[in-house]
Design a protein around this ligand. Sequence first.
Ligand code: FAD
Ligand code: NA7
Length: 542
Amino acid sequence: AKKTEPVIYDAVVVGAGFSGLYAVHKLRNELSLTVEAYENGGDVGGTWHWNRYPGALSDTESFVYRYSFDKELLLQGAWKRRYLTQPEILAYLGQVADRYDLRHSYQFNTKVTAARFDDASGLWRVTTNKGRTVTTKYLVTGLGLLSATNKPDFKGLDSFKGGQYHTGAWPIDGVDLKGKRVGIIGTGSSGVQAIAALAPEVGHLTVFQRSAQYVVPLANWSEGEDQIRQYKSSYDAIWDQVRRSAVAFGFVESSVPAMSVSAEERERVFEQAWERGGGFRFMFETFSDIATSKEANDAAADFIKRKIAQIVKDPETARKLMPSDLYAKRPLCCDGYYDIYNRDNVSLVDVKADPITEFTPAGIRIESGAEYPLDVVIFATGFDAVDGNYAKIDMRGRGGITLQQKWRDGPLGYLGMMETDFPNFFMILGPNGPFTNLPPSIEAQVEWIGDIIAHMERHGIDTIEPSEDAEAEWLTTCRAIAGMTLFPNAQSWIFGANIPGKKNAVMFYLGGLGNYRQAISAVKESGFKGMIFDKNKLAVAD
Ligand code: FAD
Ligand code: NA7
């Protein structure tokens, strides 16, 4: 009998968050390719499928935390407040999946475990934990840059009798925390949101804080039909501005250096931004150089520290809450954050001064010997950012080179999307991509990837990969820009500093979305300069 040919897909897409969903739509619905997609979770949503902790919310404003590629979809947008809650975003992504019929391309609850490029055929072989291996020409991944959870391996974790949950892997059915003694480790973006939501709910909340943070208000006011109609009628202008801007948050970044104005004027601007709410607004809409000048940064930091001193009643607690680092991590925002520490049922433990030594059956013990009895511990300890999920896949490119070998000095990606020696492999939000409100960056990348693939299909090209020179040049650009900012001087996930043993590396292009879009369209306009087409055939011809 004739042997049946194995199925060869045009493209395999991995991930069903903002990135993967748009990639499936682009490749399958717009470019008419055959697509097979995998998602480790039980449904679409990505970040918003996994992060169901109380208080989970996007701090990008509702009018720009969404796709813009389909005007009709944009005009259907509905929301209630200035920021979207996790259930709202999850529902939105579900609607998107319905609208473009995306779910039927996906195998859910399926993890990609290996992906190998076959030099002879120029195709990828992709293996899942369901024991299936498929062959594909293009491999497109949207694995999430804040997705691989980081759970510190404290001594005695297993002995703890209570419940333990990570914010980024929250049980779908929720956790009943009413009246319980809850401990939370971590005060990053997830931590502050959860702390604010839990304090009024639980019996007692003990916050284990390592680094104190700068947190400005959200100002999460309700937005009525009129306001939403106004956004919708200005959407063309809004998205045009977003795409040209640096952080893509839907406001115009300041061009005024902090020290160019009087101290009184600075105070007025900071006060106004405090009232207006929003972390990125506070850092980028107030003055042009908060993230680049130490003096400007100190001025912003001092303003927030004075707020902490005014709000927090107990001086010892206020002292613990005072950040000592630069204001140069991802900016945080939360309504009433510092007020929470005036509540009787909330206590703050400074685990930088007095580190957690172990979990006991009853709770958490710190170095000085104090033990905190707890019913539940919440890990708001963040993510192995950017490359965390890539490291879990056995990925091999040309000649069997592994991604781990390629990234031994830190992850790197050409334009945040491609790798030398990994032909026809496209990452969405891969290393050295933009640091912004993410949906607009995801759209820019998916559209560029779609353009390349369309070009290849039109011209009968089998493989594409960046040249080593192009990749090295992009990395040099990313490093140079990062070096002009204060961000490398603060220890955070942005440079991989939050994971013990992880090499500090420049993992983002900090030049802003406008410049990024220009850089990637220049590559396209030049007929994909810096790319090598059909390297195999070239080798044969040599
Ligand atoms: P994700 O949504 O992370 O999706 C990746 C998916 O890939 C996951 O579902 C994962 O299960 C799947 N996957 C990974 N590896 C595999 C594998 N090997 N096999 C199969 N499936 C796999 N961004 C903003 O711009 N503004 C915000 O306000 C904001 N708030 C955030 C708040 C929180 C709590 C978190 C965690 C993130 C936030 N982000 C925010 C970042 C957010 O991740 C992005 O905005 C966006 O959702 C990323 O979409 P994505 O599709 O690229 O990745
Ligand atoms: P973050 O911002 O990485 O925050 C993690 C927090 O957990 C932070 O306060 C860490 O302290 C703390 N942490 C991490 N490991 C430990 C250990 N071992 N002991 C004590 N405390 C620890 O993650 P988030 O989830 O809040 O936010 C990530 C991004 O997702 C966010 O920026 C948004 O974009 C969405 P540290 O500051 O390292 O001292």
